[in-house]
Design a protein around this ligand. Structure first.
Ligand SMILES: [Fe+2]
Length: 308
């Protein structure tokens, strides 16, 4: 059903269910922006086709509208239920994979942003700690490098790091953590490296007290994400790298509730229980993570932070 077909509908009163679709397509074709016309027309065609395919009842339509409204009501400065919904139906990962790694043709290090990135993480010196209030769990020492697609080290990359505590909560979800605990902004040195000290992250359930939680329960899905650390790399001339590095021994690697795990993103979090610790006073066992990030050439556009 193309817009050109819809044009023939002009000036008529709707008589059949097929004609509703034509009338809507025609109305939306008046948009000044060609891209808006394309997106709106495709959205309406697929949405109407979906209702026809499943024979959507009026009661189900009401449930759907109520679900949508409640996603909006559950969203506020410190929680983004809309982002969580997009993640939980795999839509974020789809859009990510369509836009990275040569438009999905090759493996990519990019993955969904998730609902917990905050702008203005504290600038932290290379090798510094992002533990800003007492936080349980084994210590983690991460040494990472950032290179371009040819393997050349990239200096001056601003790298945001954020993670949940070993209790499974981000600081914005947990009054017992200091503001910006387990968040930091690093800059790669001349050899493209940055390092930081933290604690080993744990897996966590996504918030389930809203409509997304209801959906997961209705579908008999668990709410867990495998443990991971988020990274966002920013450097003019390079596509902003949004990614997560997953803990390799996590039981939920294959069933991430938001479908974020891809093979390239499983990191090696190595456990050490003897020998010289990487820093004085580190308690055994500690973990180390070494990871190499690749940034593609492109536009350095920052996403809108999902929360304040
Ligand atoms: Fe996360």
């Amino acid at each position: 059903m193309e817009i050109s077909t819809a044009a023939k509908f002009k000036g008529r009163i709707i008589e059949t269910s097929d004609e509703v679709t034509l009338a809507v397509l025609e109305a939306m074709a008046q948009a000044g922006s060609a891209r808006l016309r394309e997106i709106a027309a495709s959205f309406v065609r697929h949405l109407h086709a979906f209702a026809r395919e499943v024979g959507l009842t009026e009661t189900e339509y009401e449930i759907g509208i109520d679900f949508l409204n409640r996603i909006g009501k559950a969203t506020h400065d410190y929680h983004n239920e809309g982002m969580l919904f997009g993640d939980a139906i795999g839509f974020s990962t789809l859009v990510c994979l369509l836009n990275n790694g040569k438009h999905g043709a090759t493996e990519t290090a990019a993955v969904l942003l998730g609902p917990f990135w905050r702008a203005n993480s504290p600038r932290t010196q290379n090798g510094g700690s992002i533990v800003r209030s007492p936080t349980p769990g084994p210590e983690l020492f991460a040494e990472c490098e950032v290179v371009d697609v040819a393997g050349k080290p990239l200096d001056g990359v601003e790298v945001d790091v954020w993670q949940s505590s070993p209790v499974g909560l981000y600081e914005n979800q947990d009054d017992t953590q200091a503001d910006m605990n387990l968040r930091g902004k690093f800059t790669t040195d001349a050899s493209g490296r940055f390092a930081f000290r933290s604690v080993k992250p744990s897996g966590y359930p996504v918030p389930t007290d809203g409509p997304v939680g209801e959906m997961l329960r209705a579908q008999n899905r668990h709410p867990y994400r495998p443990a991971h650390i988020h990274f966002l790399g920013f450097k003019p001339g390079y596509k902003t790298l949004i990614t997560q590095v997953f803990v390799d021994d996590d039981e939920h690697l294959e069933t991430d509730v938001v479908f974020g795990v891809t093979r390239a993103l499983v990191g090696v979090y190595r456990r050490h229980h003897e020998g010289e610790p990487p820093a004085p006073g580190a308690r055994a066992p500690w973990y180390t993570l070494n990871y190499r990030f690749v940034m593609e050439a492109g536009d350095a556009i920052l996403p809108k932070p999902p929360i304040k």
